[in-house]
Design a protein around this ligand. Structure first.
Ligand code: CP
Length: 354
C-alpha cells in the first residue's frame, strides 16, 4: 500500500541525515523567531486529533502552527468517534478539512492507520505504548543544542521503560549513532522490552541494567527520567531507588543533561529544578521549534511513501493494544522475521509464545 504523502509515524522511517536537517532548521527558526515573526504557514490548516491526554504535545503543535501564521482545527472530546465512527472514516473526513493531521491515540499503530487513509501528511503524536517520534525530535534537538553531538554518550534511562514510549523512541534513535552506551534503571517489573535491547545491540551500541540511579550516575552524560505510565498500569511498588534528588546528583558530572519528556510525577524531586543541569522545561520549549521544522518539511515535500514492507496474512496480532484488534476492517500486515511474525501496525512479534 502506497501513500502520496510523506508522514512522520516513526522517526526511524527517516535517515539520520534528515533528522539533522530538521534540527539545523529548527535552530535557525529558533534564532529567527527571537526577533521576527513569520507567516510561512499562512493559509495552512492543522487538524489536531488527541484521543489521549496531552499538554505539551498538543499545545506545542498548536503553538508551532500559530507562531507561523497557520490555523488550527481541533477534534476535541466530542467527536463522532463516540457515535461509533471508525478511525478510517474520521481521518478521511478530517483530511478534507486540513493540510496536515496530528494524531495521538491509545492504540499502537493508530497513526499508521491514519497515514493509510489521509490525503495529507500525518504526524504521530504518540500511539499507545509504541512510539512518540516528535518527543524524540525534541529530545535530540535539545541534545544537539546542549551537547553538540549524538555519539560517544553514556545515557542513563530511568523509570517505566516497559510502557514509556518516549524511552523506546529515544533508544532506537541514539542507537544509530556510534559508541553510545545505555544504562537502564527500570522500576521493578517495568524493564526495557527485548526488541529495543536487540535493536541497540544490532546497531553496535551497548547497554547494561542497574538497580539504582546512584550506582552509575557519575558516568552519565545524559539522564533521561520517565514517570510510571499509571494510565496504562496499576503500580504500587516502592520507587525510592528511582527518584532523582539533590543528594543523588552529588557524584554526577558537571555537564550532565537531565531530561524528562514530562509530565513529572514523583520521579524528580522539585529541588532538582534549581540545578543548572535540569533541562526538562527548556526541552519542552524546544519542542515548538523542532515541530515547526518538521511541519515545514512535511508541507514542503510531497512524496510516494510505501507504508508496508510485508504482506497481508490471515493472522491476528496478539497485542491487545494493537489498533488492528480494534478497527476490524484493517488488513493484517505482517513481516516474517527470525523471531516470528512482526505486526506492521504495532511491531509486536507474534511467535506463539504470548
Ligand atoms: N511529553 C509529552 O508527550 O507530554 P504531553 O503528554 O503533555 O503531551
Amino acid at each position: 500500500m502506497c501513500s502520496e504523502y510523506a508522514h512522520f509515524v516513526d522517526i526511524n522511517d527517516y535517515p539520520t541525515e534528515k533528522w539533522e536537517e530538521i534540527f539545523s532548521k529548527a535552530h535557525t527558526i529558533k534564532e529567527f523567531l527571537k526577533n521576527f515573526r513569520s507567516n510561512d504557514f499562512s493559509e495552512k490548516v492543522m487538524a489536531t486529533l488527541f484521543f489521549e491526554n496531552s499538554t505539551r504535545t498538543r499545545l506545542s503543535f498548536q503553538s508551532a502552527m500559530t507562531t507561523m501564521a497557520g490555523d488550527i482545527i481541533d477534534l476535541g472530546e466530542h467527536s463522532s468517534i463516540n457515535k461509533g465512527e471508525s478511525l478510517k472514516d474520521t481521518i478521511k473526513m478530517v483530511a478534507g478539512y486540513s493540510d496536515i493531521i496530528v494524531i495521538r491515540h491509545k492504540y499502537a499503530g493508530a497513526a499508521k492507520v491514519a497515514s493509510m487513509y489521509a490525503t495529507c501528511p500525518v504526524i504521530n503524536a504518540g500511539d499507545g505504548e509504541h512510539f512518540h517520534p516528535t518527543q524524540t525530535l525534541t529530545d535530540l534537538f535539545t541534545l544537539s543544542e546542549e551537547k553538540h553531538t549524538f555519539s560517544n554518550l553514556t545515557i542513563g534511562v530511568c523509570g517505566d521503560l516497559k510502557l514509556g514510549r518516549t524511552s523506546h523512541s529515544l533508544c532506537r534513535a541514539l542507537s544509530l549513532y556510534p559508541n553510545n552506551h545505555f544504562v537502564f534503571i527500570p522500576c521493578d517489573g517495568l524493564e526495557m522490552p527485548d526488541d529495543i535491547c536487540d535493536f541497540i545491540l544490532k546497531h553496535n551500541c551497548t547497554y547494561e541494567v542497574v538497580k539504582t540511579i546512584e550506582e552509575k550516575i557519575d558516568t552519565f552524560d545524559v539522564l533521561y527520567m520517565t514517570r510510571i505510565q499509571r494510565e496504562r498500569i496499576e503500580y504500587n511498588y516502592d520507587l525510592k531507588n528511582f527518584i532523582l534528588t539533590k543528594q543523588s546528583l552529588k557524584t554526577a558530572k558537571k555537564d550532565l543533561l537531565i531530561l524528562h519528556p514530562l509530565p513529572r510525577n514523583e520521579e524528580i524531586s522539585v529541588e532538582v529544578d534549581e540545578d543548572e543541569r535540569a533541562f526538562y522545561f527548556k526541552q519542552a520549549t524546544n519542542g515548538v521549534y523542532a515541530r515547526i521544522s518538521l511541519i515545514k518539511m512535511l508541507l514542503d515535500h510531497k512524496e510516494q511513501t510505501e507504508l508496508f514492507q510485508g504482506e497481508v496474512m490471515a493472522l491476528e496480532c496478539n497485542n491487545r493494544n494493537c489498533i488492528s484488534r480494534h478497527e476490524k476492517y484493517l488488513p493484517h500486515y505482517f513481516v516474517k522475521t527470525e523471531k516470528g511474525f512482526r505486526c506492521e501496525y504495532c511491531d509486536h512479534i507474534n511467535n506463539g509464545l504470548d
